[in-house]
Design a protein around this ligand. Sequence first.
Ligand code: PLP
Ligand SMILES: N[C@H](C=O)CCC(=O)O
Length: 432
Amino acid sequence: MTVEKSKELYERACSVMPGGVNSPVRSGKAVGSIPVFVSSASGAYIWDEDGNRYVDYVCSWGPLILGHAHPAVVSAIKDVAERGTSYGIPTKLEVDMAEQVVKMVPSVEMVRFVNSGTEATMSALRLARAVTGRKKIVKFGGCYHGHSDCLLVSSGSGVVTLGIPGSPGVPEEIVTHTVSLPYNNLSAVEKVFDEMGKEIAAVIVEPVAGNMGVVPPEKGFLEGLRNLCDRWSALLIFDEVITGFRLSPGGAQRYYNVMPDITCLGKIIGGGLPVGAYGGRSEIMREVAPSGKVYQAGTLSGNPLAMAAGLATLKILETPGFYEDLEKKSAYLEKGLREAVSDAGVEMVLQRVGSMGCGFFRSGAVKNFEDAIKSDTNAYALFWRGMLENGIYLAPSQFEAFFVSSAHSYEDLDRTIDAARKVLKNMRGKKD
Ligand SMILES: Cc1ncc(COP(=O)(O)O)c(C=O)c1O
Ligand SMILES: N[C@H](C=O)CCC(=O)O
């Protein structure tokens, strides 16, 4: 396998873009590689500039639950593009899309579309602070909610992958109102509420953590957060940027049957185009300008191409049996990988919820960030490079998820399991 063209592009990229990429997680730094440069994609596959084909489990970091270039999504985008790409004036598509989201996500009665998950969480927090008249927010170590200042504390995703402790440029005064606690530790949350409950505006949580690898909520954790927020009149924000429309048509809130006050959405809602959204009960959402005073705006918000791609995607997700099929495929992959791990005698813990999962190179279940960072990242790097050589594209970080899409065939899954078996066997006793 040659990646000469990717190498050339990477050299050019590094002289004109920081680190050669437009988002840090794309860099292969953490796995001792250069990034491969993609030239095209279809279904479960991506092709790089050198013509190598890979089965893709990054799926654009989650949005592509239908796989790449799904015909219905492409056709919706083409159809709209021919009539204009942006107006900055309301469209019927935005109304259709908002109605669709309200129909699918149980706790959302009104929604505002933005352009990214970062905007969604940032705006949700502003709204929560305005509604409660309080300043403090509680988040959890290893959860990632985008890169807005007050949320870049004990963050997952690229922040942990690249070993960045916080971020220079974020003033201390801004993060003094952010309290970070261990995921799945309800008594730590209780303690903080006992100390400063009347100052806490909101608790923001990834209902399944997907940015420190994949860490499911322990039984009672989400319910406990709901109860504490109710007791102290704080708002519960579910950051469903990853889990929204992935775990069920109604996201993690439907999957676990725990309702937040505000839901942040992104990724799948845009069908592969840049969209985010935040929504909740009408009485809360009416506080957003122009019906209320909480300011939040966007030149391209509700962009017709993005609305069309999102709507086409969400409609397909309503097909009866869609999530059952995805679960079967994901369980098949998990079973095959478990067998490969056990046959190879390598220490790897597989954690999966629905079609998102990850393998931590360590022993024992991972319940929080502390556990996750004890993984052997050198072993992951070795595994990643081996899988790439065998035509399987995984996230270039131990602390990200793999995603199964409806486009992955059982043949693709078998190919992945065979590759893992071969790579893991070769790894025994070897480290970076
Ligand atoms: C849970 C979660 N929240 C928020 C974000 C931020 O979204 P975006 O990258 O679209 O700004 C991400 C991913 O990046 C995410 O995984
Ligand atoms: N883990 C991030 C989102 O889920 C990865 C996306 C990015 O930051 O580029």
